[in-house]
Design a protein around this ligand. Sequence first.
Ligand SMILES: [Zn+2]
Length: 139
Amino acid sequence: MNLNYPLPRANAQTNAYWDGCAQGELRYQRCGQCGQVQCIPRSLCDRCQSSDLPWSASRREGTVLTFTTVYRAPLPAFKEMLPYVIAIVDLDEGFRVMANALSCVPPDALAIGARVRIGFKEVHGMALPVLESILEGAK
Ligand SMILES: [Zn+2]
């Protein structure tokens, strides 16, 4: 494991999310009281502060809100990945994920508004959400 690579750290609130990623599931919370969808996981609902927050699994399809191509590594650990694409995707269930695109999704094929699918990639022993493929709306 490359200790210089900044991996997310699971905690009591996010364990179920990261366990889901390891099992190929993109999980989110839907409030049992008011229906609010949230991800980043929290112990209380954003809207009504209920702690009744069961987990659901996303269909992993969504729409690109925005994206950028990174040509200069913000940390030395990212240099070998250059250039890479970071996208913000609005999932159909109503939450948002920021994810790197797999190299099979070239930046010149991506577009704002494109329909995409989220998958997972193992990075230094941890399964991270990634933009896996473009479903429709490619340039
Ligand atoms: Zn609520």
